[in-house]
Design a protein. Structure first.
Ligand SMILES: Nc1ncnc2c1ncn2[C@@H]1O[C@H](COP(=O)(O)OP(=O)(O)OP(=O)(O)O)[C@@H](O)[C@H]1O
Length: 252
């Protein structure tokens, strides 16, 4: 699906990722976790071809990502970045932006594009707000609208950077169950989450990062049992009798 091979990447200020290799499994939910500043967003941007690595290679469906043209790659993977503008447009117009990689030069929507937009709004549960200005929506409603845009883009893989940050707990659960539903329908989901318990609960695979390197790529169960999360974050992980994960400060 997406393979990162010996990736080194960073910014003017210096190297962030050092020799990171990771294969994102198709049809699964993979979550990147790691302390602030360890390089999660940078890794997501490299995988989404938004940042060119200084060494290493990104393979998308077995082909070097740099061989794709921009529109072709946009039909393969969509990225929902962490910080986004809130443009003065309706929900429907935002979602329609997801169709741009499919349109001709005139950018005229065909009936099948309109159909995809309608289906995406329905799947993300935003059709009732289709005519609303994005700026008038709550954080959770807006998040759904951006997910609808990614769905309209109709990619096999959706990358999301902290899709639940700033949302109340109930809405966080809603967004995560929406992503789980989309995964059950075949989408490959790759995301960054800060809530460790939620990451373990909803993911098939966890990529644990520390200081620009991949520490481990394992199932939630393996990761929890290894004690690596406790060490990297300085916390202590527990499971209650219902099997739910939770974390407390290490010294308690
Ligand atoms: N556009 C940029 N220009 C220069 N340095 C950057 C840029 N974006 C990120 N960095 C630096 O790269 C490092 C890794 O940042 P990154 O956003 O990938 O980490 P992160 O793990 O996603 O962090 P967080 O959990 O805080 O969101 C940080 O030291 C950050 O300051």
């Amino acid at each position: 699906m997406i393979e990162l091979k010996h990736i080194t990447a960073g910014y003017q200020g210096g190297v962030v990722l050092r020799d990171v290799s990771l294969t994102i499994p198709a049809g699964r939910i993979t979550t990147l976790i790691g302390p602030n500043g360890c390089g999660k967003t940078t890794l997501l941007r490299v995988a989404a071809r938004q940042l060119t690595p200084s060494a290493g290679q990104v393979l998308a469906a077995g082909r070097p990502a740099e061989d794709y043209d921009r529109r072709e790659f946009a039909r393969f993977a969509s990225l929902m970045p962490q910080v986004r503008d809130v443009p003065a447009i309706t929900v429907e117009s935002l979602v329609a932006h997801g169709r741009f990689p499919y349109l001709g030069l005139s950018r005229r929507m065909r009936p099948e594009d309109r159909q995809k937009v309608a289906e995406a709004m329905q799947a993300a549960g935003v059709e009732q707000w289709h005519g609303r200005d994005l700026r008038e929506l709550s954080g959770g409603e807006r998040q759904r609208a951006y997910i609808a845009m990614a769905l309209a883009q109709d990619t096999r893989i959706i990358l999301l950077d902290e899709p639940t940050t700033y949302l109340d707990l109930g809405v966080q659960f809603e967004i995560l169950s929406l992503l789980q539903r989309l995964n059950e329908q075949g989408k490959t989901i790759v995301m960054v989450l800060h809530d460790l318990a939620q990451a373990l609960r909803v993911s098939h695979h966890i990529a644990l990062m520390e200081a620009g390197q991949l520490v481990a790529f394992e199932t939630p169960e393996q990761m929890f049992r290894s004690g690596r999360i406790d060490r990297v974050f300085g916390v202590r992980g527990h499971r209650d009798e219902a099997g739910e994960y939770y974390f407390t400060p290490a010294h308690k």
